[in-house]
Design a protein around this ligand. Structure first.
Ligand SMILES: [Cu+2]
Length: 119
């Protein structure tokens, strides 16, 4: 085998390796795309009251009560959030940028609790 053939083969394997790497990276991006979840506030409760999501995902909290004001907040050392007043019909998105277990509470109704497990 000539040196020239050997060189061509080496170049070819580098190209194959690069393509495989690019496809793997593309696959990872597609699999890890952030998702949206909807949580309802109704009858002074979060529905569901517990959810497991991945870091980067967004929870959209919908005030489905016809005549109640809500106010979602999270107060933890690693992640804080405060929606302000949530009037009936409004949608409040929370994007969880860190992993952990978080209690989403309502400043108006102390018994309202949503536990978010962020992986
Ligand atoms: Cu409330």
């Amino acid at each position: 085998m000539s040196l020239k053939t050997e060189f061509r083969r080496a170049r070819c394997s580098i190209a194959v390796a690069f393509t495989a790497g690019a496809l793997t990276a593309l696959g990872t991006v597609m699999v890890s795309a952030a998702a949206d979840y909807t949580i309802s506030q109704k009858g002074r409760e979060f529905h569901p009251g517990e959810i497991t999501i991945k870091r980067g995902d967004t929870i959209k909290i919908v005030n489905d009560d016809a005549d109640l004001l809500h106010h979602a907040y999270i107060d933890s050392p690693t992640f804080s959030f405060d929606s302000g007043d949530q009037t009936p019909g409004t949608v409040t998105p929370i994007t969880f940028t860190v992993a952990g277990n978080f209690n989403v509470l309502c400043a108006i109704h102390p018994k309202m609790l949503l536990v978010a497990h962020v992986q």
